[in-house]
Write a protein that binds this ligand. Sequence first.
Ligand SMILES: Nc1ncnc2c1ncn2[C@@H]1O[C@H](COP(=O)(O)OP(=O)(O)OP(=O)(O)O)[C@@H](O)[C@H]1O
Ligand SMILES: [Mg+2]
Length: 288
Amino acid sequence: MTDAPAPKTPASAAPSAALPDAAPAPSAVTPAPAPSAVTLAPAPDAAPAVVARGLTKVYGSGEAAVHALRGVDVAFAQAHFTAIMGPSGSGKSTLLNLLAGLDTATSGTIVLGGHEITRMDDRDLTILRRTHVGFVFQAFNLLPMFTAEQNIRLPLDLAGQAVDQDWWDSVITTLAIGDRLSHRPAEMSGGQQQRVAIARAVITKPDVIFADEPTGNLDTRTGVEVLSFLRRCVRELNQTVVMVTHDPAAAAHAERVVLLADGRVAGEILHPTSDSVLAGLDALRAVA
Ligand SMILES: Nc1ncnc2c1ncn2[C@@H]1O[C@H](COP(=O)(O)OP(=O)(O)OP(=O)(O)O)[C@@H](O)[C@H]1O
Ligand SMILES: [Mg+2]
């Protein structure tokens, strides 16, 4: 991105990730190093907002066991915008759910905002989530009996937060859902529901926004507006955005792309462009 600061990388990071600040964004795909290493070093002057180490997730057991994550080491620096990409079934949604504390890991640790959430009880985790995390679900997960406005207000009510009217107006205007606030989800298009789900995720100004394919149902123009909005959240509110997407053009709005394949981090792309992301995905397919 031209208007986003280049992610800084400490000298001790994997050499491939150590792009000098002034580098003309070569956007190379970096193969993942040994599984025990933390692949993606955060900027030295920004504490990581989220760190996962040795993360595994097995659904089911015995012969029916599905190894969705097979030892993920990844860090997301504060106030950075990262996209996660990879083939269908590679574990993207599973990773996002675990990072947000919505599901429990089979093994490994996650530290979110300085708290090791993999050791927290449900009550503390719920409180932390309400105050620190916004989540846009792949399937929206709006409450069907609530109107759009009630859905968006819900996280504020749960966190006991007052409405910041300026922020409310900005969110509703940017997402262009002002004329749908009294509608229930069943009365809205997929794209409208998606925008309401995004509004719900950002309305409390959480430290970290996890978004699972937030532009998957949007037309190109609306998608670009949503992505610009997420970038504004990073730039102006210092929020951390971690976004799963299948769309290379959407990923190019991020500062970094993390590639997942078969439940593992398979590489990263710094300063992504649509072309470099496509090349990265091709490289993934070639080794699959
Ligand atoms: N609740 C579950 N029970 C059993 N297996 C599951 C469950 N959720 C996900 N899986 C499996 O775990 C693997 C990873 O799924 P996940 O939803 O994380 O993939 P994804 O990368 O998000 O895919 P997509 O791009 O299609 O959304 C898949 O093989 C999937 O079938
Ligand atoms: Mg998914």
